[in-house]
Ligand binder design. Structure first.
Ligand code: GRG
Length: 298
């Protein structure tokens, strides 16, 4: 890992976590418990890949990083809500997340459901309330919020989750799996990357390049996730391994085998790095991020 990568990642994670802490306050009030559950899951740090992508694409397109923070935090709130709901007994029924009890184990199913809903709605409140009109035009803020809405909804992440639920216990073909993962995992990564460009007022060519980077990165990310579910350990992942096989899910590994998956991750990572050529330099961080995600252990 280069010094530039390590320092910038630390800086970004610090900014994101301090801002999440501010945006999701605890409170002594009747609804305090759900706020506590929202804070529990949002503070229970993951890799923060999506908000980092938003900050870095915004920086690359000339925006001050701080101005991008509401949008970065919004994408992390949507991601956190999806994990809370995904862990519920009616979905994947996972008791552990990021090495700690899942939200519904800690707070109960009813509160966990509402904590997810609370984060989903707060994401949109934050983008539209907190953006700085001195740095970001109202039009760009609205376009970014609409992008996050559509990529999280039935034609994005929710759509992918529905295909996932309908496919349980069946062997699906590779095209269906690809569509499912493009929506379930790829859509939020796409929103994270393109929102950074949108709020910076970047031209169409850069938005498209960010979309190509995101498409390759998102698919590689999911294939690595499938690989880690077979080869990883509970300690490294912070959640039980082998859940795909247990839930009888078709994955890249079950359809193609480990070697073909590793080749695909290599190819997709190269494609992601190539897409960065459309920016005028300063893309080392995003190239290294793609490489690091390809070899990640959690
Ligand atoms: C709305 C219920 C509902 C689900 C949406 C995103 C999703 C569908 C479900 C979450 C579970 C899952 C395995 C999704 C695939 C995407 C993925 C690999 C998520 C894990 O993301 P990381 O590795 O997690 O970035 P951290 O903990 O680092 O934030």
């Amino acid at each position: 890992m280069t010094q530039l990568y390590a320092e910038r990642t630390d800086e970004y994670i610090g900014l994101i976590e301090r801002e999440l802490d501010r945006l999701i306050p605890g409170a002594e009030c009747l609804q305090g418990r759900v706020m506590e559950a929202m804070r529990y899951s949002a503070a229970n740090g993951g890799k923060r890949v999506r908000p980092i992508l938003t900050l870095e694409f915004a920086r690359l397109c000339g925006l001050e990083v701080r101005a991008a923070l509401p949008f970065a935090c919004a994408v992390e709130m949507i991601h956190t809500y999806s994990l809370i709901h995904d862990d519920l007994p009616c979905m994947d029924n996972d008791d552990m997340r990021r090495g700690k009890p899942s939200c519904h184990i800690e707070f109960g199913e009813d509160t966990a459901l509402l904590a997810g809903d609370g984060l989903l709605t707060l994401a949109f409140e934050v983008m539209l309330r907190e953006y700085d009109p001195k740095c970001i035009s109202p039009r760009s803020a609205i376009t970014a919020a609409a992008l996050l809405a559509s990529n999280s909804g039935v034609n994005g992440m929710i759509g992918g989750q529905v295909i996932d639920l309908m496919s349980e216990g069946k062997t699906i073909d590779i095209e269906t799996l690809r569509t499912m993962d493009r929506l379930k995992t790829g859509a939020l990564i796409d929103a994270a990357c393109r929102m950074g460009c949108v709020i910076a007022g970047a031209p169409r060519e850069k938005l498209d390049a960010a979309g190509s980077y995101a498409a390759a990165l998102g698919l590689a990310f999911q294939i690595v996730d499938d690989i880690l579910d077979v080869t990883g350990s509970t300690e490294e992942l912070g959640k039980p391994v082998g859940s795909d096989a247990e839930n009888k899910k078709s994955t890249y590994v079950s359809l193609l085998g480990l070697d073909a998956c590793r080749d695909a991750v290599r190819r997709l990572t190269d494609n992601a790095v190539r897409a960065l050529a459309h920016f005028e330099g300063g893309t080392e961080y995003l190239a290294e991020l793609a490489e690091n995600l390809a070899t990640r252990k959690n």
